[in-house]
Design a binder for this molecule. Sequence first.
Ligand SMILES: [Zn+2]
Length: 354
Amino acid sequence: MKEALLYEKLGDNRVRCQLCPYNCVISAGQTGYCGVRKNIEGRLFALTYGKVISIAVDPIEKKPLHHFYPGASALSIGTFGCNLRCQHCQNWQISHQDATVEDEHLQDLPSEQVIAMARRRDCEVIAYTYNEPSIWFEYLLDTARLAKQAGIFNVMVTAGMINPTALKSLLNYVDVYRLDIKGFSEELYQRLTGRKLLAQVLENARIAFKAGAHLEIVTNIIPNWNDSQAQLDGLSRWIVHNLGPDIPWHVTRYHPAYKLTEPATPVETLNRAREIGFKNGLRYIYVGNVPGHPGQNTLCPGCGKTLIDRTGFVIGNNHILKGCCEFCGHKIGHYCGSDTPPRQRSTPSAYPIN
Ligand SMILES: [Zn+2]
């Protein structure tokens, strides 16, 4: 437990948290909407500082990230709580958990140990993931700072609900902002999360992009929620016009989870989303959660040849040399990666550390 940054003291032992756009006013003994920032006798504390519930070494492709060091291993950590609470959350057992609840699975993992573990496991990347990392701001900031010093990349897998001041602090150390944009209307956000959050999420995407972070965007396509022409057309146009045509957009298949019982997304819906995005000018659109779909591969926008083929989270040949297509020389925009072939992993997918 650590005293939180970014809050102000009010009268009557109340505090106002300034970390995320909710700016919760929290009375003594209470936590904010996220469930992990608690007012104790008029001071705000980050309850999950230095504590994790999930830890694993994942292929970077699982985040998903397709244009940042393909084949890299990501030490992935996550903790409790969330400030969105989506109806279709896949990780609701941890994200909707309250950190004040005793849980035998919560373990101490100081920042120094995260770095040591990443080194021991030969991970090029640390991913802050599984639940919303914005709400463990202080832990993320301290860990990312040490990782940077150690030459390890920092990946934030986020839904983008954070105040700009906090985000800009993180972007001093965070290399990758892997952002979920859940749809393209405030009404959709209201239905899905209970709040109108779209404007802030889009603003944060622009802030991360301007700061030079590597950006990849994910939209989980849910039938009858965000699969309309207006949603898909609006979002893909927004990405092209605000972030450029080279930003990868992952359209992933939704499966029923938590409170949503709609059937899984038909593959043809994902294909349609891809067509709409390509028509609007995006150059790299990936289909996720559909094993064997050719939309997992990276194609050259110049000659159309396959540059990186993927089977699940395992990558095969990599024909990107010095950031360009090996066949026609076309520059692959918004791409960070080594030119050496991916090293062989001991297992093809994630394996738990503990
Ligand atoms: Zn080419």
